[in-house]
Design a protein around this ligand. Structure first.
Ligand SMILES: [Zn+2]
Length: 181
């Protein structure tokens, strides 16, 4: 299912970690529309470590609940007739997803420069798959992440479809992702 151009794009984006910025890849195949990102956890929580208080645990639970309802956050062009198929969340510090370590596990290897204050950066990997009757007809996604997650400022989106490849920058006042003709 991975196309070579997507792999190339993923390589170009994979090391970005800028608070407020989310690099979003959108891949459209015949019957699927897939959204993937590896983004700073800060964009979604305002912190990047295991929760320490009840309030922080509630924030994590609310984030997971919101992201799992991805069809409310990404409203795909109705022409494509898409239905949310799966949401995969992975974050080691939160103990989410494939990580087999508990949420409070310490990093395996700590370099001498990894002082507590600077070891705090962490990402969340998100993969959202829509099954679509007419995926290639999709020309837009109404992205509602900015209202749900106020720490998020900018989305750098890359769309790969049979219409070509498109780069778009989204923000709270311009949240509609559009491409193609
Ligand atoms: Zn960070």
């Amino acid at each position: 299912m991975l196309l070579l151009p997507m792999a190339t794009l993923a390589l170009a984006q994979q090391h970005a970690h800028t608070h407020g910025l989310l690099a979003l890849d959108v891949a459209i195949d015949a019957q699927t529309l897939t959204l993937t990102t590896e983004a700073p956890l800060d964009n979604f929580l305002g912190f990047e470590r295991a929760p320490r208080t009840d309030a922080e645990r509630k924030s994590v639970a609310a984030m997971v609940q919101r992201l799992n309802a991805a069809d409310k956050l990404f409203v795909v062009d109705p022409k494509a007739e898409c239905r949310l198929s799966s949401v995969t969340l992975e974050s080691e510090v939160l103990g989410l997803g494939a990580a087999d370590k508990p949420a409070d596990a310490k990093p395996a290897a700590k370099g001498p420069e990894a002082h507590a204050a600077h070891a705090a950066h962490a990402d969340i990997d998100i993969a959202i798959v829509f099954n679509c009757a007419k995926a290639p007809l999709a020309r837009q996604i109404d992205v509602r992440l900015f209202d749900a997650f106020p720490h998020l400022r900018t989305i750098a989106a890359q769309v790969a479809s049979d219409q070509g490849q498109f780069k778009r920058s989204l923000n709270k006042s311009a949240p509609m992702l559009r491409w193609g003709r």
